[in-house]
Design a protein around this ligand. Structure first.
Ligand code: ADP
Ligand code: ASP
Ligand code: MG
Length: 406
């Protein structure tokens, strides 16, 4: 007997037929004698619709009310799946975040799970009951519904798997595994049998939305065995594992893109000690995340140009913060939301030279200009004009020898 967590994403519960399909998969695990916890997302498109309602209802909306609205999609699917399972003769009940005591911090809109009280769930496993959790939600210290950020049902699943000490955490989705890049934009993307936690963490944080970044962080920390697989086809997916489980490691294992960032340039900022702090301090105070940063020294050594990226959603606020900062002297402020960040990722980079050079020359060959560069131990990211996103990803996929054979 194993204890398994099964998570179904939005397209896997998009209508009643798909919920029945998910229920069949649950039944298989139950019939095999396993203890089963299920985590569901809202039906595909529902969360977007709910977010849209909130944004249209008020511009400076209360995040606690946002959470109350956007968490509702998962309430529907968890109840429906429990009903369908009961129809099939399976003992099942739904659990909302607050009922399951999924305790988060107070950061409404992108809360972090702090702990989960699973005693009651485990007791009910003993009675043969399947637990169907509404993903994406918990309860904050204020006793109000919280949500975990977009794509957060993955994190719900991994957190529940960790709390239950589950043997497996299976993430059922609309692709049959983790690919070398998004298979929806590169037809030659290759499915991987295994990927390391670290590489998946970089892929996710650089934009591959197949797993939410926090879910990978949590899986890595608690050693949760995560598998990404198709809810529509019966075949093995991709396992996320420790580095020592991978025999042959490619230098570059994946490519990610992110169209959610915007570029901001401050021209001719007075170049004195503390200038960076005076730009980024107020942005941090306003809870605006800055990602890539470059600073150019100008010829006169008195002024400098500073370029950085923030998320598109926060661009307006970032500009406001900078413009309201009377102490900051600069000539002009430009912003450009039409950019994309392209990242190549691989643990093999640690021990191989020339990886960056290959990236730069592959992009140059296609006439793609690089606007900003940033690197980490196992990742190189560049910012390019948004219109080149697909061309850049495809060219790099070929340049690093990742294309699947026909
Ligand atoms: P779900 O609703 O099941 O959570 P998501 O839409 O959040 O599904 O994530 C699955 C999607 O992630 C796929 O449809 C695919 O387009 C995208 N994706 C991006 N990068 C990758 C990758 N490297 N491998 C697999 N899928 C990827
Ligand atoms: N329904 C939520 C979203 O669309 C959570 C999830 O699907 O993981 O972001
Ligand atoms: Mg998702």
């Amino acid at each position: 007997m194993s204890r398994v967590v099964m998570k179904f994403g939005g397209t896997s519960v998009a209508d009643l037929d798909r919920i029945r399909n998910a229920a069949q998969r649950v039944k298989k695990e139950v019939d095999a004698g396993n203890e089963v916890a299920v985590v569901v997302s809202a039906m595909a498109g529902v969360t977007n619709q709910l977010v849209d309602y909130v944004q249209k209802a008020g511009s400076l909306y209360d995040l606690r009310e946002y959470d109350s609205v956007v968490a509702s999609g998962e309430q529907v699917t968890s109840g429906l799946l429990a009903i369908v399972l009961q129809e099939m003769g399976i003992n099942a009940r739904s659990w909302l975040g607050w009922q399951a005591r999924i305790i988060t911090n107070g950061a409404h809109g992108s809360a972090r799970i702090e702990r989960i009280e699973v005693d009651e769930i485990v007791r009910r496993f003993g009675e043969g009951q399947v637990a169907v959790f509404a993903g994406f939600q918990g309860v904050g210290p204020d006793g109000r519904i919280s949500t975990l950020g977009r794509g957060g049902s993955d994190t719900s699943a991994v957190a529940i798997a960790a709390a239950l000490k589950a043997d497996r955490c299976d993430i059922y989705t609309d692709v049959d595994g983790i690919y070398t890049t998004d298979p929806r934009i590169v037809a030659k993307a290759r499915k991987m049998d295994k990927i390391t936690y670290e590489e998946m963490l970089e892929l996710a944080s650089q934009g591959a939305k197949v797993l939410q970044t926090r879910s990978v962080e949590m899986a890595m920390k608690h050693g949760v065995r995560v598998q990404v697989l198709s809810s529509f086809e019966d075949k093995p997916g991709t396992l996320v594992v420790d580095e020592d489980e991978i025999v042959e490691q490619a230098i570059v294992s994946g490519i990610a893109y992110n169209r959610d960032e915007a570029k901001v340039t401050l021209r001719k900022v007075t170049d004195t000690p503390g200038v960076a702090a005076s730009i980024f301090g107020p942005l941090t105070d306003a809870a605006i995340n800055v990602d890539m940063i470059v600073q150019n020294i100008s010829a006169d050594k008195k002024t400098t140009d500073m370029t950085f990226t923030v998320s598109k959603a926060e661009l307006k606020r970032a500009i406001q913060v900078l413009e309201n900062n009377a102490g900051l002297k600069y000539e002009s402020l430009d912003s450009d939301p039409s950019v994309a960040k392209i990242s190549v990722i691989g643990v093999g980079m640690r021990s191989h030279a020339g990886v960056a050079q290959k990236m730069f020359s592959a992009l140059a060959e296609k006439g793609i200009n690089i606007e900003v560069i940033s690197t980490s131990e196992i990742k190189i990211s560049v910012l390019v004009a948004e219109e080149y996103t697909e061309l850049a990803v495809r060219s790099l996929h070929t340049a690093y020898g990742l294309d699947a054979e026909d």
